[in-house]
Write a protein that binds this ligand. Structure first.
Ligand SMILES: Cc1ncc(COP(=O)(O)O)c(C=O)c1O
Length: 418
């Protein structure tokens, strides 16, 4: 099942018409299908169930508390990158014992909050960070449950801004410095080393990247165990991609098979940090065409959603599927021919472009479109750039919907400044 299907010619999330939501909430808005969120979690879990995985949803992908709550109800923990995300995860009901703290720049205050709460683990990304974690833990009379994020020097096949596993990126401890880091875990008593973590990038289509990283990780576990370290835990990060714009992807079972083959027999407890895979295809950004502009050499469909609402196309050159909300001939002001158009937003930037030469039969001025695969890194990365409201978010469940974040108007934002 996909999250978005046409019923009686109108695109629906679960069984709720997106046109009905638009009439009630206005555009643009994000919409998420609860059914799909649950299906995605079930799929991820079912292929790895025999390994008893801790699946920690990467909150950065979609930090809405209502979304986290659904995944928490499915059994998810949380992977967080700040005290703010920690607050959201706890508010959503995720027990601290299922929370992993990632990120290269944790502050002393953030580390203290996490330690006092008794979270599952902190992933240390550098030697200076290990020292600070140790200092903070010691000052609280605690030991910090720690994994070392290692940089396995794997060049992931993804957009260069999404790759994190090569030497020269800011992420993880270079393997060449692992000797020093491992020694530190012996000399700093407040560090309770559990194991290693890797995350070589996000939106990985080629599961071969995971095979390479996890194979290196397994080798490291054997090597350091040989030197007397009791490594009991591996955190395999996130990164599994989803198909955008009609691409096809190998089934998730192939990823799970790689996990089994590479690290499945090490006897380590396994944690995962999926974001996009759990929420990406469960969401869409729904927008109205403000103008159908026919220039001399190009046609533009100018939407009321812009790069501030969904920055992935501008930032990562991502090309999401864009589909009409109403199938077939529509009642818009300009009932256009199926002629390719660049789909753009209203923001004063050339990069405010959702895609070139999209064919949207029947869509013209005044009509609604849905930008699919909008559940991950959509609302999460939205801003108020160009004096714009923060886009609302809606959750559908069966034949019902509710607003889970209302539109934050500019008037309200000005209030923050006075
Ligand atoms: C450390 C870490 N874990 C998990 C994720 C989630 O990645 P994804 O949404 O691709 O699963 C990210 C995202 O970049 C990350 O940096």
């Amino acid at each position: 099942m996909t999250a978005f299907t046409y019923r009686d010619g109108v695109l629906c999330a679960d069984s709720v018409s997106l046109a009905d939501i638009a009439a009630k909430v206005g555009t643009p808005f994000y919409v998420y299908s609860e059914t799909r969120l649950r299906e995605n979690f079930r799929e991820f879990h079912s292929h790895l169930a025999d390994l008893n995985p801790l699946i920690c949803f990467a909150v950065k992908a979609n930090p809405n508390v209502a979304v986290i709550k659904i995944l928490a109800d499915c059994g998810a923990g949380a992977d967080i990158t700040s005290a703010g995300e920690l607050e959201r995860a706890v508010k959503a009901g995720i027990p601290p014992q299922k929370i992993i703290f990632s990120g290269v720049g944790k502050t002393r205050d953030e580390i203290a909050i996490a330690l006092k709460l008794g979270i599952f683990q902190l992933n240390a990304e550098s030697i200076p960070e290990m020292r600070i974690i140790s200092e903070v833990a010691a000052s609280l009379n605690l030991r910090a449950p720690l994994t070392l994020r290692v940089n396995p020097n794997v060049a992931a096949h993804t957009h260069f801004k999404l790759a994190t596993g090569e030497m020269g990126t800011k992420f993880g401890i270079d393997s060449a410095q692992l000797d020093e880091a491992m020694e530190l875990t012996r000399t700093l008593p407040a560090l309770d080393l559990k194991g290693f973590q890797v995350h070589v990038g996000t939106h990985l289509f080629d599961y071969g990247d995971f095979r390479e990283a996890y194979t290196k990780l397994a080798d490291m576990v054997r090597f350091w165990r040989g030197k007397g370290f009791a490594l009991t835990r591996l955190d395999l990060g996130g990164g599994v991609g989803i198909p955008y714009d009609g691409r096809t992807q190998a089934p998730f079972s192939e990823y799970a098979q790689i996990v089994h083959e590479t690290v499945g027999k090490l006897g380590c407890e396994l944690a995962f940090e999926p974001g996009r895979r759990l929420v990406g295809d469960a969401g869409a950004l729904v927008s109205r065409v403000v103008y159908d502009k026919r220039g001399v050499s190009k046609r533009f469909l100018i939407l009321d959603a812009g790069m501030n609402d969904l920055i992935r196309p501008a930032m990562y050159e991502a090309r999401h599927s864009i589909v009409p909300v109403r199938e077939g001939p529509v009642t818009g002001y300009h009932n256009s021919e199926p002629e390719p158009a660049d789909v753009v937003g209203p923001v004063c930037e050339t990069s405010d472009l959702f895609g070139e030469n999209y064919l949207l039969p029947g869509v013209g001025q005044g009509d609604l479109v849905a930008i699919l695969q909008g559940g991950a890194y959509g609302a999460a990365m939205s801003s108020n750039y160009n004096g714009r409201a923060l886009v609302p978010e809606v959750l559908t469940s069966g034949d019902k919907f509710r607003t889970i974040r209302r539109r934050i108007t500019v008037t309200e934002q000005i209030g923050w400044e006075e």
